[in-house]
Write a protein that binds this ligand. Structure first.
Ligand SMILES: [Zn+2]
Length: 159
């Protein structure tokens, strides 16, 4: 990761979880997919709120600026105008890795981004979410290792 632009990543050291936003016991661990990941420390039944994705709420213009200047970005689109930047006051949910076979998915409930379990999750399993980057956005290769891997973190067609 380049730091030549003077932009300091907040996640150079091991990230942490703000347990106030987690509904289950979670931990940060080394991920087989990418750097750090979030792992379940207890059984999580299907259909439950697992963790809230928190961060600084920023405008469309500020989102564009941050996306251009940072090597490592944690931006979650809330709606057509607002974005949540998990790099600032993030709960830890911002480091949940992408997989084409996710076990959690986001729902936006009254301006809060909540991650729900898509199936039962066993203790020790890494939490994984499908980033569903747009078909029209910059193509990012995926190495999630799932049988159904699309090869990209992007959707393969327009929704
Ligand atoms: Zn994949």
């Amino acid at each position: 990761m380049s730091q030549s632009n003077g932009c300091v990543s907040l996640h150079e050291s091991k990230p942490s979880i703000d347990h106030r936003f987690a509904a289950f016991r979670l931990r940060v661990g080394a991920s087989k997919i990418h750097r750090w990941g979030i792992f379940a420390e207890e059984f999580i039944p299907k259909g439950r709120k697992v963790v809230e994705y928190t961060g600084e709420k920023i405008s469309r213009r500020e989102t564009k600026r941050r996306a251009e200047e940072r090597a490592q970005i944690y931006l979650f689109t809330l709606d057509s105008y607002w974005t949540i930047d998990g790099a600032v006051d993030g709960s830890g949910a911002e480091i949940i890795n992408h997989s084409c076979e996710p076990n959690v998915a986001s729902r936006i409930v009254r301006d809060h981004i909540l991650y729900y379990s898509l199936r039962d999750i066993q203790p020790g399993e890494e939490l994984l979410v499908d980033y569903r980057f747009g078909y029209d956005e910059e193509k990012l290769p995926c190495h999630c290792g799932a049988k159904t891997c699309r090869g990209l973190m992007n959707l393969l067609q327009k929704e």
